[in-house]
Design a protein around this ligand. Structure first.
Ligand SMILES: Nc1ncnc2c1ncn2[C@@H]1O[C@H](COP(=O)(O)OP(=O)(O)OP(=O)(O)O)[C@@H](O)[C@H]1O
Ligand SMILES: [Mg+2]
Length: 263
């Protein structure tokens, strides 16, 4: 469904991505991992058209979408969420979700006013069910920009899900979300996949990745260093090194550190 070929990105002299070859099959849930600053968000920005790659190609559904504008990529069915959501000032949470629900074609609305009313009712039902699911009913009529950081992440995720995407790119969708709700979101995202949506999810929490993803890829300083099932991640010495440092320079275990501090 999505395939990148030798994607590169540099900002001035800083090489942030190099030779990234990533394939995502239709219906897969792929986790994108890597230490802070390894290039995960930059890669999502490139896939969704928010940044131009310095080199390489992106194929999506048989087309080369590299360098296309974000709106054009969104029209092809790719939707993304942001690591730091930006909420409109003047919209309530409910309004934001209502505008996100995939809209039927305008021409059909004009030709069938009765049907348009039924579709508006359906959109409202779906928006409020999503608010309930995300435990946001209490703030449904509050301005979206005024709710908490974790709630804004949930709202952005809800909007992305309701938007009718074929490929969803999620940048740390549950960062700052409480553990119970995170567990529920694993099920939600698996439901979405059963409805035919493909997902690429940036995430730091290995437990979440293990529950959610079929496969995960790991970036380290802009290079893809692993592509495997989540359960095999920690067998990969390059992955362990990327997160914990080289064996000989790894920090001591936390309990050893504590003992040192007490001594
Ligand atoms: N617009 C920019 N101009 C200059 N450098 C940038 C720009 N955007 C990103 N970078 C740099 O690219 C590197 C990768 O950043 P990126 O945000 O992709 O990392 P990340 O893997 O998403 O990290 P995190 O887990 O902390 O979100 C960082 O060193 C960052 O400073
Ligand atoms: Mg990031």
């Amino acid at each position: 469904m999505l395939k990148t070929e030798a994607i590169a990105k540099h900002f001035g002299g800083l090489e942030v991505l190099s030779d990234v070859n990533l394939s995502v099959g239709a219906g897969e849930i792929v986790g994108l991992l890597g230490p802070n600053g390894s290039g995960k968000t930059t890669l999502l920005n490139i896939l969704s058209g928010f940044l131009r790659p310095s080199g390489g190609r992106i194929h999506y559904g048989g087309r080369d979408i590299g360098g296309m504008a974000p709106e054009a990529i969104a029209r092809l069915g790719i939707r993304r969420t942001f690591q730091l959501p930006r909420m409109p000032e003047k919209m309530s949470c409910a309004e934001l979700l209502l505008t996100a629900v995939e809209q039927p074609a305008g021409a059909r609305l004009l030709a069938w006013p009765g049907r348009a009313r039924a579709e508006a009712r359906d959109a409202r039902k779906r928006a409020f069910e999503m608010l309930e699911h995300l435990e946001l009913t209490r703030v449904a009529h509050q301005p979206a920009s005024g709710i908490s950081g974790g709630q804004q992440k949930l709202l952005a995720l809800g909007a992305a899900i309701l938007g009718g995407a074929r490929l969803l790119l999620l940048d740390e969708p549950t960062a700052g979300v409480n553990p119970t709700l995170r567990l529920r979101l694993v099920e939600t995202l698996q439901d979405i996949r059963r409805q035919g949506v493909t997902l690429v999810v940036v995430e730091h929490d290995m437990g979440f990745i293990g529950r959610l993803c079929d496969r995960c890829v790991v970036l380290d300083r802009g290079v893809l260093i692993a592509d495997c099932k989540p359960e095999h991640l920690m067998e990969n010495e390059r992955v362990v090194e990327a997160y914990l440092g080289k064996r000989e320079t790894r920090p001591k275990a936390p309990d050893a550190l504590l003992r040192t501090a007490e001594a």
